[in-house]
Design a protein around this ligand. Structure first.
Ligand SMILES: C[S@@+](CC[C@H](N)C(=O)[O-])C[C@H]1O[C@@H](n2cnc3c(N)ncnc32)[C@H](O)[C@@H]1O
Length: 220
């Protein structure tokens, strides 16, 4: 393993706001499931998740803007999460946590209705591997179960087939589409959602790629 990566992995162990549950810690459920606000954030603010948060810039960016929400970024790559954790430490942010895990385990991590908003930011399109897509029915059903009524899910992607796929799948779910576009910055440049970019989003924008976006709410 590269020396820098090793140093980051070691430092990851010291972050109080990074949780790295082993598989056994998730059986039957993680100790903070249903208790994130009471035992970690120590407030009753709504919880926003970012799935596949990578280096966590977006989670941190949102948390800096909105201090009365709690933000949790989830990714399984520890080296990437180190960056977000370091920023949280440097900026002394109390409303952010990160979890090193696959999004597949969110029902072991969060109780029914515990989550109020989900961002899925530039997920891998997983061509040919539908069940791995973060907007596949298996994932949407999980989101539905952990979210409080009327909670909002956002997807940002540069991948048109993934956006098209997601829109088709959403027809099978009790959702209200609040906004959808294949060109966020062309059509909705002034919307709050266009005011903050993820790491990958900035790269795609520099290359002139249009960014797709869909925002929807589960009706039940
Ligand atoms: C293309 S990157 C995007 C990172 C970040 N959202 C951004 O826009 O800069 C996709 C990220 O999703 C993570 N990822 C992919 N599948 C995941 C899963 N099932 N659970 C958690 N993270 C996942 C990867 O590790 C990677 O960091």
């Amino acid at each position: 393993m590269a020396k820098k990566k090793l140093i980051h992995f070691t430092e990851n162990l010291s972050f109080k706001h990074l949780f790295q549950p082993r598989y056994s810690d998730l059986q039957p459920q993680f100790r903070l499931k249903g208790r994130w606000n009471r035992d970690f954030f120590k407030n009753d603010h709504p919880i926003t998740l970012e799935l596949g948060c990578g280096k966590g810039e977006f989670t941190v960016g949102l948390a800096l803007k909105e201090k009365t929400r709690n933000y949790i970024g989830i990714d399984f790559k520890g080296a990437r999460l180190w960056r977000g954790c370091k920023t949280v430490e440097e900026q002394n942010l109390a409303n952010v946590a990160f979890i090193r895990s696959r999004a597949d385990h969110i029902e072991q991590l969060f109780d029914e209705g515990e989550v109020n908003e989900i961002w899925i930011t530039f997920p891998e399109p997983q061509p040919g591997k539908e069940r791995k897509r973060l907007t596949a029915p298996v994932f949407l059903r999980r989101y539905q179960r952990i979210m409080s009524p009327n909670s909002i899910v956002h997807l940002k992607t540069d991948d048109v087939p993934l956006l098209t796929y997601t829109m088709e799948i959403l027809k099978e779910f009790p959702v209200e589409i609040l906004l959808s576009t294949e060109n966020l910055y062309g059509e909705y440049r002034d919307e709050p959602v266009a005011q903050i970019q993820t790491f990958y989003e900035s790269m795609w924008l520099e290359q002139g790629k249009p960014i797709g976006y869909v925002k929807f709410r589960f009706r039940t």
